[in-house]
Design a protein. Structure first.
Length: 85
């Protein structure tokens, strides 16, 4: 499922994110794309599935990190970032 979501998101957002970054809610498109790649790599590794796709995702992640060195990591959604409420 993570791989399907990643591909869908890349199809929808990558072209725009390569040209410029924009904020959607609390995070930028670029930080979201990097997070989706990281999460897909982690999930496919934990499930021991899609090794070739995982390798490709690692290449994409490295390339996009090189292109976007100033992109901040995706932060926690505010409702989950604070202490007990």
């Amino acid at each position: 499922m993570a791989a399907a979501w990643l591909l869908r998101t890349l199809a929808w957002q990558l072209d725009t994110a390569l040209k410029e970054d924009a904020i959607l809610g609390i995070a930028s498109f670029r930080s979201r794309l990097l997070w989706y790649l990281e999460t897909t790599i982690t999930m496919t590794e934990a499930a021991d599935v899609l090794p070739d796709f995982r390798s490709l995702a690692r290449i994409w992640l490295a390339d996009l990190r090189d292109r976007w060195p100033l992109t901040q990591p995706l932060g926690l959604y505010p409702a989950f970032a604070g202490g007990s409420g």
